[in-house]
Write a protein that binds this ligand. Sequence first.
Ligand SMILES: Nc1ncnc2c1ncn2[C@@H]1O[C@H](COP(=O)(O)OP(=O)(O)OP(=O)(O)O)[C@@H](O)[C@H]1O
Ligand SMILES: [Mg+2]
Length: 229
Amino acid sequence: MSEIPTIKVENVTKTFHLTGETITALKDISFAICAGEFIVAAGPSGSGKSTLLHLLGALDVPDKGKIMVNGRDIAVMSESLRANFRRYEIGFVFQTFSLIPVLTVYENVEYALLLKGVPKGQRKRMVMETLTTVGLERYATRYPRQLSGGQQQRVAVCRAIAGQCTYILADEPTANLDAKNAMGLMEIMRQLNIERKVTFIISSHDPRVISKAERVIYLEDGALRDSTI
Ligand SMILES: Nc1ncnc2c1ncn2[C@@H]1O[C@H](COP(=O)(O)OP(=O)(O)OP(=O)(O)O)[C@@H](O)[C@H]1O
Ligand SMILES: [Mg+2]
């Protein structure tokens, strides 16, 4: 693991405005993440985990503070630069299986590469190599509905890593899985973290998932508790 922080969250605050109500989802939080880390963002429901992942993934912007990624503040980037950042540098895995139902497993993983303009021959190699890594090469021609939830999440991880992004944000990826599949998914993500040096930031309130973390960032009511950096 590199000791140089590649992601620096500095004094970030995020509020949501509803009629007659302001919700502070994140309150002045600061921490750093180094390349190659395997982090779990933990905390009770409503503590701000998803909000934090959305900000780290440039899906939303903070009200205050900076989010420096490789020296650039993604909080103040133009929308087109942010779209590029999402496409080329980040992989997302969500709680509900987010595969495209009309595409096969192969096509779902290939889609991320198509968006990046990777040539066809290279795409095929990259897709099959990634599916093999998670033990799903035999399922390439199946559709998502023909897979179990655990297998679908493995495809989602494949789609996230196929494009060789720098880091993966996974928002409660094990929430809809049974214990065995949840641990299987965690092991695959950890293996990819070690072998491919992809940085993982995973949100969860499951103690078994948290126990697999290299480092845990605890959120409580939008504030950080016990962060080691
Ligand atoms: N789009 C939104 N509009 C208004 N309030 C929101 C919005 N998104 C989140 N919130 C509020 O911000 C707070 C943090 O929500 P967030 O989704 O980040 O929590 P979480 O830790 O991911 O919870 P969970 O474990 O249930 O997924 C909550 O009080 C939530 O109601
Ligand atoms: Mg959430």
